[in-house]
Design a binder for this molecule. Structure first.
Ligand code: SAH
Length: 226
């Protein structure tokens, strides 16, 4: 199996691996494989799969919809969302969004590195950004969209059996019109993340951690959660 130039560079120059060493690889489909390095040059390499070390398990669908923030903060959200088991990342533009240009390739690279670091065998899908209202129109209404809304007095998010999605607004919060549209949209459910106003990146992490913790605790009783 041929390595990408960056992978060859990473293995040789960063991880200091050499021909004959073993590495564990995954492709998101076939689990994890222990592979022997057959050839390793500066920008290319060949590895030979030897045996499977972990089976691929299907991830529970978990979507993060969020309004992109400043570049470093957005990158942090992508990394943490990956660690917290998100399967799909959907950036949305809202009225108060202050970032309109996104580097989706960079997001994919961050997600891949975070997956490797946390020993996940899949990488979340990064979807092209769209306006919030377009997202609401295109949304599959059987899937609940948990909108994190501060000062709403709403309960904390809990996973549902039809897929789980968390929506977090921009630094300036959702506009009154957006709040009104969401209030009138049946599949949108307001959720609260505690009594304090969190920064958007904290809200993403807290909301996903709450969803993941509930999912983890209720693995045996998933059907009872709605
Ligand atoms: N500037 C706004 C706050 C925006 S916080 C204000 O002062 O009113 C950014 C985003 O984080 C919000 O749009 C919301 O999605 C989420 N958020 C922050 N704190 C929250 C909380 N306590 N409960 C639910 N969502 C919260």
């Amino acid at each position: 199996m041929a390595l990408e130039p960056e992978q060859a560079h990473y293995l040789g120059n960063v991880m200091r691996q050499a021909v004959g060493d073993f590495v564990c690889l995954f492709n998101g489909l076939h689990g994890e494989w222990r592979c022997r390095i057959e050839i390793l040059r500066k920008d290319r390499g060949i590895v030979v799969p030897e045996r499977q070390t972990r089976q691929q398990v299907a991830d529970a669908p978990l979507t993060l919809v969020f309004a992109p923030l400043k570049r470093d903060t957005t990158n942090l959200v992508i990394e943490k969302a990956t660690e917290l088991g998100v399967t799909r990342i959907q950036p949305v533009f809202t009225e108060r969004s202050n970032t309109l240009r996104l580097n989706l390739d960079r997001f994919s690279a961050i997600a891949r590195e975070a997956s490797e670091q946390c020993e996940r065998l899949s990488v979340p899908e990064i979807c092209p950004a769209m306006p919030l209202y377009t997202l609401l129109e295109a949304w599959n209404p059987v899937e609940k969209l948990h909108a994190a809304i501060e000062r709403s007095g709403a309960h904390s998010p809990a996973p549902s059996s039809n897929g789980t999605a968390l929506l977090v607004g921009p630094e300036g919060g959702f506009s009154p019109t957006e709040l009104d549209v969401m209030r009138r949209t049946p599949f949108v459910e307001a959720v609260g993340l505690g009594p304090r106003i969190l920064r958007a990146e904290t809200a993403c992490i807290v909301g996903l951690a709450l969803l993941q913790a509930a999912k983890w605790d209720n693995r045996g009783a998933a059907a009872a959660i709605s």
